[in-house]
Design a protein around this ligand. Sequence first.
Ligand code: KIV
Ligand code: ZN
Length: 515
Amino acid sequence: MSDRLIIFDTTLRDGEQSPGASMTREEKMRIAKQLERLKVDVIEAGFPASSNGDFEAVRAIAHAIQGSTVCALARANESDVRRAGEALEGAGSGRVHTFIASSPIHMQMKLRMAPEQVLEQAVKAVKWAREYTDDVEFSPEDAGRSEPDFLCRLVEAAISAGATTINIPDTVGYTMPWQFGVLIASLRERIPNSDKAVWSVHCHNDLGMAVANSLSAVMHGARQVECTINGLGERAGNASLEEIVMAVKTRKDVFPCVTGIDTTHIVAASKLVSGITGFPVQPNKAIVGANAFAHESGIHQDGVLKHRETYEIMRAEDVGWGANRLVLGKLSGRNAFRTRLAELGIDLGSEETLNHAFTRFKELADKKGQVFDEDLHALVSDETVTPEREFYKLIALKVVSETGEVPQAEVTLSAGDTERSVHTRGDGPIDATFRAIEQVAHSKAKMQLYSVNAITTGTDAQGEVTVRLEQDGRIVNGLGSDTDILVASAKAYINALNKLHSKQERLNPQLAANA
Ligand code: KIV
Ligand code: ZN
């Protein structure tokens, strides 16, 4: 019988550390629910010591998730570990993941600690974590560039102190697949108590090797892979969950293990993460890219029509393509709406917010007829979660765009208790709209990204717009959806302004963690 390969998803922690991918508590909860639906074994929900917001998010996820283990990250110091342990109180199954750097460059330049001090701190951290849970993971950060003899001593000591999972990170994406596999094999062989822990890997994608390195490690005994939806993560990202899972499933003949993932939820997870973070998925991305199963050339089309396996090694429906579920329509009532939101892990907080969202759902159902899960996610992404987040409100928008004429926009916006209408011109209709909004808000924020995606297929689909704004080093993504992309754009810009305005929105955790 094949071994089980544990899938550890870190979209909500390492993924969130990508600049601009910072998520609210409610957004994290929705992704956590989707990960649970995917049957991910471990969800790394956040880094509680990085901010109060992240502590609360981890705590809420730990309470809400029953089907997966919920993990919290902590540096190897007492206050971080205790914060992680406290955030997990009440979890059905909770894991503390503690880490400390082990490479010469990180120990000398970043930590300014001697190897013996690092070893001592790691042991203490694992012991503090064991006060909260029997499930403790230890990572020697930058293991890929660490000195092998020291790595062996450090990991042996961590296992003796009570670590039950040893995670070997290639933090800077430096190693090559054949080297990384050999590293895992040699650590397992050389460390006397190596059989007392599950071996895990965490590979970054700086040289595009994250998936290959992870799979090479699996071939050499790793039985947990850390990965993220769409490969989201610091810099070039992490190993992509969908690629790892589908490689192991498609090439059963070479991998000595199986995952427990329900692959039919992969595409929905990819769309959800892309929609929330505003990081689009490239069309040719394996598994989840729009072209991943599209056959353009005549020869390929002919082959696939005659016999699918001529050019397809996986079935699109096995990863959830074409699985837009028609959940609600024009005649659906409030209860059906509420129930489906709950099934998707969406909690709108108050009755008032639910009523508001229901009104918008009805308007959408009238325009579109069919409302899919993706539409519901988009609908609540630009919905008010707390009154504080809706300081700015779009009251009306009129845009005039004509061949040969300068586009013009008239926007009526409320800002707190005041309401103003502004009329401006711009380089294009969207530029004119954003200029008009800025004339009211005066945020002086810089736009880092503007992207439009169709939420579902067809010309009646809603457009989902992401606007990423940066103000004094703080980066937020605003989302807006509508069947009219100009309205969706205005909503996205205003959503981002409301996030900048809100005191509850937290900083990118990376900034806090490095402080
Ligand atoms: O890349 C890394 O080393 C990490 C650790 C915290 C596991 O993210
Ligand atoms: Zn990482």
